[in-house]
Design a protein around this ligand. Structure first.
Ligand code: G3P
Length: 218
């Protein structure tokens, strides 16, 4: 399973890249806004900076919702860096745009997926990734993990090559369940990825080992 970080924060991306476990980055307009980035030139510069830090795919969101505009915007974004993956919403114009880019070998990440029917259409259009938002489904009392299981089952039935990139991840259990049910990628905030390290018995065990090691040297 690949691990992506869901952020536009360069420091956090650097920290996970240095840890040696990072496979890619996903961003969205909300995450860019949180970093205080504004103006198209600065946004594009920021995407390039992210690509220079991480070895892997970097999802950059297309803002246009009209097919022609989506193509224009996507071509500009894709020219920024070979690691850029175009993040495109699951709307009618988006499906057409995914097909356009897929036919030209440009990677896409179909976003705002909340149902298996949407996941089928995105795969048929040739999306490289789909992003089901599991936390947001949980928020409205639908099981996000059940959606991952269902999509995985459908994609396996037809050997679709589209990768399931589970997004809107809120805690460790989401990540473990995604791994159990075969999501290809998870994207999560920095704090959730770092929390995978934690176990109280590790802390207690390490404390004892270090204390006993000191005794050995007496
Ligand atoms: O990048 C999209 C997704 O991960 C958003 O997550 O926490 O805003 O629901 P969240």
């Amino acid at each position: 399973m690949k691990i992506f970080i869901d952020t536009a924060n360069l420091e956090q991306i650097k920290k996970l890249q240095d840890l040696g476990i990072l496979d890619g980055v996903t961003t969205n307009p909300t995450l860019m806004y949180k970093e205080g980035i504004s103006g198209l030139d600065n946004i594009y510069k920021h995407y390039k900076n992210i690509c220079e830090i991480v070895d892997g795919d970097v999802s950059a969101e297309i803002i246009s919702t009209n097919y022609k505009e989506m193509i224009k915007e996507g071509e500009k974004l894709s020219d920024l860096h070979p690691q850029i993956v175009l993040k495109i919403p699951i709307i009618k114009e988006g499906i057409k745009a995914i097909r356009y880019f897929s036919d030209r070998g440009i990677k896409t990440n179909c976003t705002l997926i909340f149902s298996s029917s949407q996941a089928i259409l995105a795969a048929k259009a040739g999306a490289s990734y789909i992003s089901p938002f599991i936390g947001r489904l949980d928020d409205i009392s639908f099981s996000g993990i059940s959606l991952i299981k269902e999509i995985k089952n459908i994609y396996d039935n037809f050997s679709f090559e589209t990768e399931i990139l589970a997004a809107s991840i809120r805690h460790q259990i989401h990540i473990i369940e995604c791994a159990k049910y075969g999501a290809n990628v998870i994207t999560a905030p920095f704090s959730v990825i770092m929390s995978l390290l934690n176990h109280p018995l590790t802390d207690i065990g390490l404390k004892i080992f270090l204390k006993d090691h000191k005794k050995l040297n007496k």
